[in-house]
Design a binder for this molecule. Structure first.
Ligand SMILES: [Zn+2]
Length: 182
């Protein structure tokens, strides 16, 4: 039994006529060898179809991985920014407190104690430092106008730092907007 041109038709992508299709169908019913070839080739084509579906899936995973990495990086920058902001905020509050205490001459330690009572060790450290400054004022009255000047300078520096921090905050968030726009 000749398997041609049936084998050729089975393995090629070429479109065959309706008449050829009929004769192929008849040959497949009679010929075990061509039947096996037909099913084997169908299995291979199915395999290709599945792989073609899997391919973009893995590409999606990669994109998702990159997005996750970007999200992590953004969160890390946010955490850094927040901690810098908190530190600067405390510095600003402390500086203003020094200035306020200079001007009104009320008890620095009780003022700060009430203000920061619940804010833990970080604040108690500030109070400790400021108590030292307060006792310095008592010992040397001349230190008051001098420290007032220092306080004003400090506040100016901290305000500048805060402005710089705000500017860098905008810089950090701008690339994120760019990614969303894409
Ligand atoms: Zn055959």
């Amino acid at each position: 039994m000749s398997h041609q041109p049936y084998e050729k038709w089975l393995l090629s992508e070429e479109v065959i006529s309706q008449q050829d299709k009929e004769s192929l169908k008849i040959h497949l019913q009679e010929c075990k060898s061509c039947q096996d070839l037909h099913y084997a080739w169908q299995a291979v084509e199915q395999e290709f179809a599945i792989n073609a579906q899997v391919e973009p899936q893995s590409g999606f995973d990669q994109r998702w991985e990159i997005r996750l990495e970007k999200t992590r990086e953004t969160r890390r920058q946010k955490r850094i920014t927040v901690s810098i902001g908190i530190t600067l905020g405390f510095s600003l509050l402390a500086t203003w407190s020094i200035l306020l205490a200079d001007l009104t001459n009320f008890s620095l330690s009780s003022f700060l104690g009430n203000l920061f009572a619940t804010l833990g060790q970080f604040v108690s450290r500030i109070i400790h430092i400021l108590r030292g400054v307060e006792s310095l004022f008592r010992a040397f009255p001349l230190a008051i106008p001098i420290s007032a000047a220092i306080g004003v300078s400090l506040m100016a520096v901290v305000t500048l730092l805060l402005a710089f921090w705000t500017a860098s905050l905008f810089k950090i968030y701008q690339p994120k907007q760019g990614v969303i726009l894409k």
